[in-house]
Design a protein around this ligand. Structure first.
Ligand code: PMP
Length: 363
């Protein structure tokens, strides 16, 4: 090995879902929103002054922070933003998890958490969810598992299951010496937010995104709410890393989207209704479907065709769907390799998906 090779930081990167590019495809694999962003986003885009692109953007993202402050009734100094919630979460790991004690998160959750822990050399403990994929909250109590931080996605991914705000509060209450990050990427689809608790707990960071409920995955906007001291610490680290995270277009369109509450609520409601309808349809076809509070379903096929080797047969179904240009997500990991994660598309897309499943099961 050459001398310089010994100095390379070794990481096993996160594997994002496929981004296939076919004209005719049904893309239900990366939890994107099937509906366009608010029309106000189009308006904001049309108002972008090309000449202004010469200039650096407002590093404080004032327009976006003001919009979020108004919509969520949170003081401006309690709001942070980044390039998607991935950037926000990564900054939070870098900022808060430096005690040398292991951080805690579930064994089945967003698979970026252990990647950041690896990148920043943060020790971690992945605590098993129970048989029904529920969090065992006592495992997160600091007296049981002394820790240097806690990260919980609520609703969780890829399970789609949400715990109540009281349940999450109990975990926060038992960890007042650590920062607790609650990743609410999917909360707008029926979950209970712990946002009101940032006033009560100075160690709580609530992380959100524009990628799902606001149909803006392509614009890469994430944000977080927390006590002003936490937000200042995050900004100090961010400004030591990259001062200008969001570009002008993201700041302007993000603000426009945030302020259009009516459109936002309408699209979320549509997705929830489609989710419930297709959850029932999958159940009627014999699938075991977890109770979702997200914009996806986590479902395991059951019945003669699958019972002999459910993991292998589930993978085959995933491949068969792919051949028809219907993309869903399959995780070849213990405990979840018998499930498909299906993003909620438009009713038309979901109908094509379910018709395919019906035929697949019956031949
Ligand atoms: N948290 C969870 C639980 C997610 O599923 C995702 C989406 N991959 C993210 C955070 C990151 O989303 P984004 O960076 O697009 O905001």
């Amino acid at each position: 090995m050459k001398e310089w090779q010994k100095g390379i930081r070794e990481v096993i990167p996160y594997t994002p879902g496929e981004q296939p590019r076919f004209d005719k495809m049904i893309k239900l694999n990366t939890n994107e929103n099937p509906y366009p962003p608010s029309p106000k986003v189009g308006e904001a885009l049309r108002n972008i002054d090309v000449d202004k692109q010469r200039l650096y953007p407002d590093f404080a993202g004032t327009e976006l922070i003001e919009a979020l402050s108004k919509v969520y009734d949170v003081p401006k100094e309690c709001i942070f933003f980044g390039i998607g919630s991935d950037d926000v979460l990564s900054m939070a790991f870098l900022t808060f998890f430096n005690t040398g004690k292991p951080i805690l998160f579930p064994d089945i959750t967003y698979s970026f958490y252990d990647v950041w822990a690896g990148l920043y050399k943060i020790p971690f403990k992945a605590l098993p969810l129970d048989e029904d994929f529920r969090l065992v909250k006592e495992d997160y109590y600091s007296e049981k598992n002394p820790n240097g931080g806690v990260v919980i996605a609520n609703p969780n991914a890829p399970t789609s299951i949400a715990e109540s705000a009281d349940f999450i509060e109990d975990i926060i209450k038992h960890n007042q010496d650590s920062v607790v990050i609650v990743d609410e990427a999917y909360v707008d689809f029926g979950g209970e937010s712990v946002l009101p608790l940032i006033k009560k707990y100075d160690n709580l960071l609530v992380v959100r995104t524009f990628s799902k409920s606001r149909s803006m995955a392509g614009m890469r906007i994430g944000y977080a709410f927390g006590n002003a001291e936490l937000i200042k610490a995050l900004n100090d680290v961010k400004y030591s890393f990259n001062s200008y995270t969001l570009n002008m277009t993201a700041i302007a369109t993000g603000a426009a989207s945030a302020l259009d509450e009516e459109y936002f609520e309408k699209t979320c409601r549509k997705i929830i209704a489609t989710r419930e309808e297709y959850k029932e349809k999958l159940k009627k076809l014999g699938f075991y479907v977890l109770d979702s509070k997200t914009n996806f379903l986590f479902a395991s096929p059951r019945g003669a065709k699958f019972d002999s080797n459910r993991a292998e047969e589930t993978r085959k179904l995933f491949e068969a769907l792919k051949k028809e240009n219907i993309f869903v997500r399959y995780f070849n990991k213990p405990r979840i390799n018998e499930f498909l994660r299906i993003t909620i598309g438009t009713p038309e897309q979901m109908e094509t998906f379910i018709k395919f499943i019906e035929n697949y099961i019956n031949v």
